[in-house]
Structures are given as structure tokens and as C-alpha cells.
Design a binder for this molecule. Structure first.
Ligand SMILES: Nc1ncnc2c1ncn2[C@@H]1O[C@H](COP(=O)(O)OP(=O)(O)O)[C@@H](O)[C@H]1O
Ligand SMILES: N[C@@H](CCC(=O)OP(=O)(O)O)C(=O)O
Length: 395
């Protein structure tokens, strides 16, 4: 299978990575948490930390560990029993990671997410801000689905999808899915010994979906199909996906050195353009804020985030997380992005320094009105061009 993408390893260059470990690996095929494996992943992530990289670990295994703790040999079928097992097992999972990372003086944080948290833009922004804050503090977030509160209809069910959503959320350069196989084969190698190994392919190639089957172990839920679909999803924000064996010695460290291990499912679009496309096409403009000269300069020349003090007017009605345009004093758009405060709150805090936000609003969710990472810019110099198009004031 040929792909028209340069063969440079995205993982080797990546500052931010998402690693996902599946249930069968974490719990040693359901026998209970594999503390040796957990210690090895923690040591590898600690080594990547020392290189200045930021890692989010998505870990499955709560249900499998809960079953082991409760002495259940068969996976239950009812939702409430699965949820009870997850609640019991998640304790063990988090405890194991905390102990393993503490040996490297690294703190961990438990993040439990649902599909709804990532679909709702306000909750999405909160999750994103919290994850970024944890990463900047040098903490390793350990993510799992919030199994105890999700219902069947909205359940992601497998953590491959969750790993991809987290990759989109933090715009990680790559999603590394560690599993019990060497990677993706042309058919399930458990039942097809002649299956061919796929070392490189393009994420989203429909041919991959036909190759990938369901879980073979009885412990994991998604099998390869959810991994292939996760790669397609990760590619939406420019993330590459590597599917590799979690039992391969120093797999994360070697991947980060640029070694080719496992199956590489490559994204075509770079992270920045993917984000830009998402902001530009998928979200409706809800309003606009007018910036003073200093704010335009801070954004366009000094690459800073937008602060409330630089806003002189607000048009439209919007909520936190909506897309709002930033215009200069002539009404010319310089950029747009996800705003951290509603139109009502923005009107109250405009022209005011961020330090006054808690006093004016009673609390402060973010220092910035619009974070640079959540913005795309229309052109280099907003105030210079009179021909540049004006943002429509119909929202
Ligand atoms: N084309 C394929 N290539 C490799 N493995 C496959 C393929 N199709 C199905 N599988 C199965 O997917 C399993 C891995 O998925 P799963 O059990 O859900 O693991 P995890 O818990 O790591 O997510 C493998 O053990 C294998 O039996
Ligand atoms: N949230 C669930 C994960 C579900 C699951 O089995 O995921 P996976 O092993 O990645 O296919 C748990 O912790 O048990």
C-alpha cells in the first residue's frame, strides 16, 4: 500500500503525545493489573518527560480489574454491573499508576471523560484547559472513560476512540496505541496465521477497515477496527497513529527516537492546518469583538493571546466556547477563535485588566479572553489593509 506522505517520524519530533494502553495489556489478559508492565510504561514516560515531552496516558482496564477484584470470571452483560466493576477497578488502576510514577517523582492526575464532555464546546474547553494546565505542571494525566455515569447510547465503550478524541483535544502530534499485537495485519493474526503485517498506511484509508476485525482476547472491547477508526479520527487534527505492541521493550522511548516499530497510520494534514480548517469551516461565527491598537499588535506581531483589556466593543450574543471574530477599529477581521467568556461577561470585563475579572464576575475561568492556541489569524497586519474583507455583522 503506497502513501504520498514523507517518511519522517512525527513521534520523534513531537512535543505532545497521547499513549493508549488496552485492557488486555494492563490487566495481563484479565488476571489483575500487570504491575511490571505499568512500572515499565511509567519509566518510559518518565524518560520522555526528561526530554521535555508532554504525555497523556489513556488507560483501559477498569472493568477487567474490577472483575478480578470482585472475583467475577465472566464479563457481566448488564450495564449496572459493568459500571460497578469499572468503579471498583478504577481505584486499582489509578493507585497502580500513582505508585509507579511516584518512583520517578512524577505526579499523576485522574481524568474521567464522557463523549458529552468532548461534544459540548464549553466542557470541551474546560477539559482542554485542565489538561494543558496539568501538562504544564509536569503531571501525567491518566484518562479513562467515566464508565460509571455513561449510558449505553452515549458510551464510547472502547478507549481507542477516547484516545483519538484526546489527541484532537490537545492537538497531540501522535497517538500511540499499545496493544497485545505487533500492530495491524491484513487480517486478525489470531485466526489467520498468514496475515501480512502492515507497517505504513494512510489513516482513513477504507481498505484498513476491511482488514481489521474485533477483539480477539475477550478482555479488550474494540479490536483493531476501533484502532483503525481512531487513527482516522486522530488524523482530523493532524495526529499520526502508531499501533504497536505494549510488550515491546522500551517501545515508547524507541518510537520517540524515531525507530520504526508497529504500524504507522499517517495523517495527511499537518496539525496547524487541521485546526485552522476546523475553526474556519465547522463552527458558526456567533459574534465579534473590536480590539484596540495595542491588542491588535499583541496578537498579530507579538503572538500573544487576547486579553479583556484590549477589547473596546462586543457585538452579538455568544457563550463561552463559541467562535467569535476579532476585528480592528476599522472593522477588519484579524482572526477568530473560541472565546472563553460569554458576550454578557465580555461586555462587563472589556477594557479591564485580567486581574479584575474575579472581582467583576465573582470568579475567573481563564486569564485570557481568547487563547492563542484556540485562534486562527486572517492576515499578518490587520490595521494596514483597507481592501481586506470586513467581517459580516450578521451572526
Ligand atoms: N487485522 C488485525 N490485525 C491485528 N489484530 C487484529 C486484527 N483484527 C482483529 N484483531 C484483534 O484485535 C485484538 C486487539 O484488540 P483488543 O483486544 O481490543 O485490544 P486492546 O485491549 O489493546 O484495545 C488483537 O488481539 C487481535 O486478535
Ligand atoms: N473504560 C473501559 C475500557 C474499555 C475497553 O475495554 O477498552 P480497550 O481495552 O481499550 O478496548 C475500562 O477501563 O475498562
Amino acid at each position: 500500500m503506497s502513501v504520498a506522505i514523507p517518511a519522517t517520524s512525527a513521534v520523534a519530533k513531537a512535543r505532545r503525545l497521547v499513549a493508549k494502553v488496552g485492557s488486555s495489556l494492563v490487566t495481563n489478559e484479565g488476571k489483575g493489573i500487570d504491575l511490571v508492565a505499568v512500572a515499565q510504561w511509567a519509566a518510559q514516560i518518565a524518560a520522555l518527560h526528561a526530554q521535555g515531552r508532554q504525555i497523556v496516558l489513556v488507560s483501559s482496564g477498569a472493568i477487567a480489574e474490577g472483575m478480578a477484584r470482585l472475583g467475577w470470571t465472566q464479563r457481566p452483560h448488564t450495564m449496572n454491573e459493568l459500571q460497578a466493576a469499572a468503579a471498583v477497578g478504577q481505584m486499582g488502576l489509578i493507585q497502580a499508576y500513582e505508585v509507579a510514577f511516584a518512583k520517578h517523582n512524577i505526579r499523576t492526575a485522574q481524568i474521567l471523560l464522557t463523549h458529552e464532555d468532548l461534544a459540548d464546546r464549553r466542557r470541551y474547553l474546560n477539559a482542554r484547559t485542565t489538561l494543558y494546565t496539568l501538562l504544564s505542571l509536569g503531571v501525567v494525566p491518566i484518562v479513562n472513560e467515566n464508565d460509571t455515569v455513561v449510558t449505553d447510547e452515549i458510551r464510547l465503550g472502547d478507549n481507542d476512540t477516547l484516545g483519538a478524541l484526546v489527541t484532537n483535544l490537545i492537538e497531540a502530534a501522535a497517538l500511540i496505541i499499545l496493544t497485545d499485537q505487533r500492530g495491524l495485519y491484513s487480517a486478525d493474526p489470531r485466526t489467520n496465521p498468514d496475515a501480512e503485517f502492515i507497517s505504513v498506511a494512510q489513516a482513513g484509508d477504507p481498505a484498513l477497515e476491511a482488514m481489521a476485525g474485533g477483539a480477539g482476547s475477550g478482555i479488550g472491547t474494540g479490536g483493531m477496527l476501533t484502532k483503525v477508526l481512531a487513527a482516522k479520527r486522530a488524523a482530523n487534527s493532524g495526529g499520526h497513529t502508531i499501533i504497536a505492541s505494549g510488550r515491546e521493550p522500551d517501545v515508547l522511548i524507541r518510537l520517540a527516537k524515531g525507530e520504526r516499530i508497529g504500524s504507522e497510520l499517517r495523517a495527511i494534514l499537518p496539525v496547524r492546518s487541521a485546526r485552522k480548517r476546523w475553526l474556519a469551516n465547522h463552527l458558526r461565527l456567533r459574534g465579534r469583538v473590536t480590539l484596540d491598537v495595542g491588542a491588535v499588535r499583541a496578537l498579530m506581531q507579538n503572538h500573544k493571546s487576547l486579553l479583556s483589556i484590549g477589547v473596546t466593543a462586543v457585538e452579538g450574543e455568544f457563550e463561552r466556547g463559541d467562535v467569535v471574530a476579532c476585528v480592528d477599529q476599522h472593522g477588519v477581521e484579524c482572526g477568530r477563535g473560541l472565546i472563553n467568556y460569554s458576550s454578557t461577561d465580555t461586555r462587563r470585563i472589556m477594557r479591564q485588566p485580567s486581574s479584575r475579572i474575579p472581582e467583576i464576575l465573582g470568579s475567573m475561568s481563564d486569564q485570557e479572553l481568547m487563547h492563542r492556541d484556540n485562534m486562527v489569524f486572517v492576515r499578518a497586519q490587520a490595521s494596514e489593509t483597507s481592501q481586506a474583507s470586513h467581517t459580516s455583522n450578521r451572526f
